[in-house]
Design a protein around this ligand. Structure first.
Ligand SMILES: Cc1cc2nc3c(=O)[nH]c(=O)nc-3n(C[C@H](O)[C@H](O)[C@H](O)COP(=O)(O)O)c2cc1C
Length: 227
């Protein structure tokens, strides 16, 4: 696959064929993904391949529990988990959890994630992160940049081989439970649960903002950048 095509067509896949994915193929995918960048090239990621059905089921339950929080935000008209939400907005989202549970569909992705052909827990060792915004008095974002390019590479490498998947983060709300369950070391964080498999369908056109909507010249509020 041409890189340009891959960049423009690697959409989220949440519905998979029953067809299994071999360990050899998963190994190849990870072997390509490992060339992703990280601050200081510390490569602080760890991938736990979830095979045990009991572990998968428990991770799936925790994912769904967190997903209800996500849907609670959506039902409240809020950007889910935005760090800038006020306490009142957070309370509103929490109050919608029962509604979120009520509209849960048995065959939805969140309800069936435990059955994805491949389920990976990607964690990261905090001591190796170059979190350059550590001392700023705002929500910290830079540390994640040392692991999510790797996660994205997994999805690109999967796409190259006819597979698809999705990077998920809602289950990070359940990090303490998942850390205990999967024996994550102290001073590590759960970055993502990644589901992979052969897609039932693939999106044909991704919805993304046009370049002119997110670029400007010289100042963030400067003139729109156009060639
Ligand atoms: C940091 C990040 C976190 C995400 N978390 C979730 C998630 O928890 N669950 C999920 O179903 N999708 C998750 N996604 C997938 C996004 O919903 C998806 O990339 C976005 O809606 C664009 O949709 P598309 O890929 O179908 O075009 C996440 C994506 C990113 C980059």
């Amino acid at each position: 696959m041409e890189l340009r095509d891959a960049l423009r067509s690697t959409g989220s896949i949440r519905s998979f064929q029953d067809r299994p994915v071999s360990d050899e193929l998963l190994f190849e995918i990870l072997d390509d993904a490992r060339f992703g960048p990280s601050g200081g090239n510390r490569q602080a990621w760890h991938v736990t391949v979830l095979k045990d059905p009991t572990l998968r089921a428990r991770v799936g339950e925790l994912y769904l529990d967190a997903w209800h929080d996500y849907v609670g935000h959506v039902l409240s008209g809020l950007t889910p988990f935005s760090p800038t939400l006020t306490p009142t907005e957070r309370d509103l989202a929490a109050s919608k959890r029962p509604d979120a549970i009520a509209i849960s569909k048995p065959d939805g992705f969140a309800e069936t994630i435990a059955r994805a052909p491949i389920l990976l827990a990607v964690s990261v060792e905090l001591g190796s992160l170059a979190a350059t915004d550590r001392d700023l008095n705002r929500y910290q974002i830079v540390g994640g940049a040392s692991v999510y390019p790797f996660v994205w590479n997994i999805l690109l490498a999967a796409h190259e081989r006819g597979l698809g998947g999705v990077m998920t983060t809602v289950a990070t709300r359940k990090e303490p439970e998942i850390a205990t369950l999967l024996h994550l070391p102290d001073q590590s964080a759960l970055a993502s649960i990644v589901a992979l498999g052969y897609p039932t369908t693939r999106p044909t056109k991704l919805k993304r903002r046009a370049v002119g909507e997110f670029t400007s010249i010289d100042y963030a509020d400067g003139a729109t950048f156009q060639p």
